[in-house]
Write a protein that binds this ligand. Structure first.
Ligand code: AHR
Length: 607
């Protein structure tokens, strides 16, 4: 029997559920949601070779540290043009993008680049073309290139025609066929190509991925990590001050936690605007003096990092009259961003030195002194201070996730509130299968039931490029053209979009193998049932405490599949999607038929 007390809510559903967690892992930023199409646009990814760049027309390529663009981009791509250049012989370079440059018909792309030559030459052509160079899909020209880099990049618009293919297998070329260029040298830096972006933001985000996130209606975005925040070493941490300003003045850094170069084009301001575009609040994780290979900073040496965090908070929230608020305004966003939560570090239980207590106290005292209204999140237990929340991470087998639906049921209600800042049932690659989604749904039902304790939650990781799946199980995956969502995405979307404002007491434990959560808003009752078993179940439901009755007609939204390993893929993205239908027979006591291997949310109307 599933007995629900409709009249006596246990507590409010936390108003800051659900959220999203993002870090650049699995090419989720570079080559992912950050819409830049050129890989290694800044030539900074490697010190010896111009990775992802190749010769066109017999040129010789090298990295030239003697020809920097500026202090941040301290080199350029040197292209020695052959003596035969001209008269139909083009010469230059090609970039292979992130596993190809994607092309669609009738699409407008924006290219930006810095270029200079040893002798003034005529047109430089920027083209999106087939990988073999045989077909040009779109092109545009810079009429003349001079002998010095300009202050700003050349900007070109490339538009594909109606006959352009849909392909992920193109390349970007920068070439000249001017005979005056024969034997000369061309230098290139910051060669960038953007497709249309979400809300048309320059330096913006990929539309299909943003739409999938918007649909989840997240209340917050936790960023920038995760291990990406910490880096393997202090030098490769997320050093926010190097991630703002013109993108061609950002040095970038090695994302050594996950094995590729980050241009930091997706920098602090872009993260904040991303949260703004989601109508979500940022949850800002600040570097707290610990990096993954064990370096930890304490005592006076920690002071610069604390100052960095204070400056970062000022950049986010300060008025334009403050130093860092003025920088934000200069970067294009005069209005301060809302900020309620700041997380001090990430997974500091890995710090074997035990220095977190001291580090947390130092950040806590400095931040609370200047920003007493901010809520501070600790990443592991601390004794020195009382954090406002503690971030707990759970990566579980599906069966363990399902069993953990009761984890917080008997928690001491007076202890520090919880932010489950990373969690996932892990099975399936690059995205979870149905079995994992059932574990996720059972676990999330438990978090919602206990959202007087677990105020915030976000699944992780969010994204994986199918060609760079370093972390097995992720919510959403894509290649350079298409994307799809996992059954777990749908399970979460079902539980968090069909959700009342109060949690109702329900005798969930009386039903082994089932996880449930019941919530209510006014006359609407939401009953979520997760059946991880392979048998169809007839679940007797009893609604107690009704003032009147319940309408017979209800809606049922069901996610299910043929087997535990059933899943969605790039080529079969809609194998598992929730289906909503009208059902009849709801009453103060009725039987709900729950399919095997399913998540069901019943929406009932009280009379
Ligand atoms: O989500 C992947 C990684 O898992 C995160 O970077 C880290 O915080 C955790 O260990």
């Amino acid at each position: 029997l599933l007995s629900v007390d409709v009249g006596n809510p246990a507590h409010a559903v936390s108003p800051i559920l659900p959220g999203l967690m993002f870090e650049d892992i699995n090419h989720s930023g570079e080559g992912g949601i950050y819409a830049e199409l050129v890989q290694n646009r800044s030539m900074m990814a490697d010190d010896t070779a111009p990775l992802h760049w190749s010769a066109v027309g017999g040129t010789t390529l090298s990295l030239d540290t003697g020809t920097p663009l500026n202090a941040a981009l301290d080199r350029s791509l040197k292209v020695v043009l052959p003596s035969g250049t001209g008269a139909g012989n083009r010469a230059g370079v090609a970039n292979d993008g992130f596993w190809g440059i994607p092309v669609r018909p009738r699409t407008t792309y924006t290219a930006r680049l810095f270029a200079k030559v040893s002798r003034r030459i005529g047109p430089l052509t920027v083209a999106i073309e087939s990988a073999d160079g045989a077909t040009v899909h779109a092109s545009a020209q810079v009429p003349h290139i001079g002998t010095a880099f300009r202050d700003r990049p050349f900007e070109l618009t490339l538009r594909t025609g109606p006959g352009a293919p849909v392909t992920g297998d193109a390349r970007l070329t920068v070439t000249t066929a001017d005979p005056a260029a024969a034997g000369e040298t061309l230098w290139l830096q910051h060669v960038s190509l953007f497709p249309p972006t979400h809300r048309n933001r320059p330096n913006g985000l990929r539309i299909d991925l943003m739409e999938k996130l918007v649909a989840l209606k997240p209340k917050f975005l936790r960023f920038p990590g995760g291990n990406f925040l910490e880096g393997n070493t202090i030098a490769t941490r997320f050093d926010w001050k190097t991630t703002i300003g013109p993108v061609w003045e950002r040095p970038g850094h090695m994302d050594d936690a996950w094995g590729y170069w980050s241009t930091d084009g997706l920098g602090l301001l872009e993260y904040l605007q991303w949260a703004e575009d989601l109508h979500a609040q940022p949850v800002l994780a600040v570097y707290a003096g610990y990096s993954l290979h064990g370096a930890h900073v304490t005592g006076d040496a920690l002071k610069p990092y604390i100052q960095d965090a204070l400056d970062e908070i000022e950049y986010v929230t300060g008025p334009v009259t403050s130093e860092w608020g003025a920088r934000r305004a200069a970067d294009g966003h005069p209005r301060p961003f809302p900020l309620e939560f700041v997380e001090i570090g990430n997974e500091d239980w890995f710090d074997a030195s035990g220095s977190y207590d001291e580090r947390f106290a130092a950040f806590h005292d400095a931040i609370k002194a200047k920003y007493p209204q901010l809520k501070l999140i600790a990443t592991t237990t601390v004794r020195s201070r009382t954090p406002d929340l503690i971030d707990e991470h759970y990566y579980l087998a599906p069966s363990a996730a399902q069993a953990s639906t009761h984890k917080y049921d008997n928690r001491d209600r007076s202890s520090t509130k919880v932010f489950v800042g990373e969690w996932a049932a892990q099975e399936g690659r690059p995205t979870p299968d149905l079995n994992a989604a059932l574990g996720d749904a059972a676990w999330l039902a438990g978090l919602i039931r206990n959202s007087d304790q677990v105020l915030m939650e976000c699944y992780a990781p969010l994204f994986s490029h199918v060609k760079n799946n370093v972390w097995a199980t992720n919510l959403i995956a894509y290649d350079n053209l298409d994307s799809y969502v996992s059954p777990s995405y749908w399970a979460q979307q079902m539980l968090t979009s069909r959700l009342g404002r109060t949690v109702l007491p329900a005798t969930a434990r009386a039903l082994p193998g089932l996880a449930t959560v019941a919530t209510r808003s006014g006359d609407r009752l939401y009953l979520a049932v997760v059946n991880s078993g392979t048998e169809k179940l007839n679940v007797p439901v009893e609604l107690r405490g009704l003032v009147k009755g319940v309408r017979s007609r209800a809606t049922a939204t069901v996610l299910t599949g043929a087997s535990r390993t059933a899943t969605n893929t790039l080529t079969a993205p809609d194998t598992l999607v929730p289906r909503t239908s009208t059902v009849t027979g709801a009453a103060p006591a009725f039987t709900s038929v729950v399919p095997p291997l399913s998540v069901t949310v019943l929406e009932l109307r009280l009379t």
